[in-house]
Design a protein around this ligand. Structure first.
Ligand code: C2O
Length: 481
């Protein structure tokens, strides 16, 4: 953090002049500090944890004032390109559209790159509007902070001014993808970091890949990559929640998600996890190198209304975008002791929406491969009809009915353009630790929703989830994912 260029505005004069003159700003590889003015600069700024960021009251006040100004502009003219709504609508236009639409940047390998570019463009806008050249959008470390951080929650702040029906409970371990019961996954902090490959080459591997499947692809299949499924989805649904009347909060619907300033802090943390994943050269080496991937261009709107283009190759190295994170550790300090699932009683949970009893295969006797993972697959899942987050619990088949057992993961259903976004038919969960514990035994897998309404008073009920079957498969060791 020592090289954080506080107040060194001279470095940024060229690009600021371009805002004034209304020049169309193109960020291509050639424009990265080499050619015409670019929104992308090379002097690194540090993206901070919001808790650290908020320790400087002036820095926080400048951020709040800029977002307030942008919101005021949108209130006066919803088409104002300097307005906050214009920012949010860039997300709507690429996310709240149909799954198969060629511009859709969810459910495929554009997901991480597009959101990285989107955060960068947005922080550049805030920099230009606030005049604070040192600004970088802070991230929300929800592994450590299980409630909405104070800076995004203070009433009257432009950073909390959004439609939220956040439940009063904090985020649970499975919603932030922390699995304390499995030694390998626990060590990673966020279990999605276990994904070994970026690109999925078959539909079945999408939910175990870190980056997703190519678009278009010969299977015509899309789906959430490992990180995009969970923790990405459940944190969206937690923040937005659902009102007692059944209306989704901003973050619960892709149409409105980016209206909530916490959107960028949530995606900042996901972006940070991508960086943590890239620290492993073997994992990073699986990022696609095809021109189809690298030369793909995303278009955003600059504050003068001009389009800005950013290519995937522009964003793979964050130093090209002029930022780095203050830390790549998953937890700020030690892991939080999350609420123990087994101590939680079924009475605090909505009724199960799905259940199956199955036999856990015996572990291979000879030379068990330690890196092989056991995966629970739920096949042919039909789209839920309302937003939800669901925990997947396992317990011995003869355990008492009101016992929840151990959570092995969670999934969520988010709204998008008036319906539930559900690109995936197969859900997968890493069940390795439980499969070892219950090898050869009968277990019951239960799908039990998390409460997502504000008061938690009225019991929530959800329709049964329709699916084909649950089965346990062994994932190739050292191999595909
Ligand atoms: Cu484009 Cu978290 O959404």
């Amino acid at each position: 953090m020592n090289d954080h260029p506080h107040g060194n505005s001279a470095l940024f004069t060229p690009s600021r002049r371009s805002f004034v003159e209304g020049t169309t700003v193109i960020a291509g590889a050639a424009a990265l500090g080499l050619a015409s003015p670019s929104v992308f600069g090379q002097t690194p700024r540090i993206r901070m944890d919001i808790v650290t960021f908020a320790q400087d009251p002036t820095r926080l006040a400048n951020f709040e004032a800029a977002v307030q100004e942008m919101k005021d502009r949108s209130a006066a003219d919803e088409n104002d390109p300097r307005g906050w709504l214009a920012v949010a609508n860039d997300h709507r236009d690429f996310c709240a559209i149909s799954t198969g639409n060629a511009s859709q940047i969810h459910y495929c390998y554009w997901f991480l790159a597009w959101h990285r570019a989107f955060i960068s463009v947005t922080e550049r806008k805030i920099r230009a509007i606030s005049g604070d050249d040192s600004f970088s959008y802070p991230y929300w470390n929800w592994s450590s902070d299980r409630h909405i951080p104070q800076a995004f929650a203070r009433s009257g702040s432009s950073l909390s001014n959004a439609v939220r029906y956040t439940p009063s409970r904090g985020l649970q371990d499975d919603e932030v993808d922390y699995n304390p019961d499995d030694p390998v996954l626990r060590a990673l902090g966020v279990a999605a970091l276990s994904a070994r490959r970026f690109q999925a080459t078959t539909p079945a591997r999408i939910s175990r890949s870190f980056g997703g499947i190519a678009r278009p692809n010969s299977f015509g299949a899309y789906g959430n990559n490992r990180l995009e499924g969970t923790p990405h989805g459940p944190v969206h649904v937690y923040v937005g929640g659902v009102s007692d009347e059944g209306d989704p909060g901003d973050m619960t619907d892709f149409t409105t998600a980016a209206r909530d300033p916490i959107f960028f802090a949530h995606h900042g943390n996901l972006d940070r996890l991508w960086e943590a994943w890239r620290q492993d050269p073997a994992r990073r080496a699986t990022e696609p190198t095809s021109n189809t991937f690298l030369n793909h261009r995303f278009v955003f709107t600059w504050i003068d209304g001009a389009p800005i283009e950013v290519s995937v190759s522009d964003v793979l190295d964050t130093t090209n975008l002029g930022y780095a994170y203050d830390s790549l550790d998953v937890f700020r300090t030690a892991p939080v002791a999350g609420p123990m699932a087994s101590a939680e009683s079924a009475s605090t949970r909505p009724p199960a929406i799905g259940r199956q009893t199955l036999r856990v295969p015996l572990q291979p006797e000879a030379a068990p491969d330690e890196s092989a993972r056991k995966i629970l697959e739920i096949t042919d899942v039909e789209a839920p009809t309302q937003p939800m987050t669901v925990s997947v619990f396992v317990k011995p088949a003869d355990a008492p009915a009101d016992e929840l057992g151990t959570s092995i993961g969670a999934f969520s259903a988010i709204r998008s353009g008036g319906q539930i976004a559900w690109p995936t038919q197969t859900l997968t969960f890493d069940i390795t630790a439980a499969a070892k514990k219950y090898a050869g035994e009968q277990i019951t897998v239960q799908l039990i929703p998390q409460p997502i309404r504000p008061q938690g008073a009225a019991p929530e009920t959800y329709p049964q989830l329709k699916f084909g079957q649950m089965r346990i498969v062994t994932e190739g060791a050292g191999g595909h994912q």
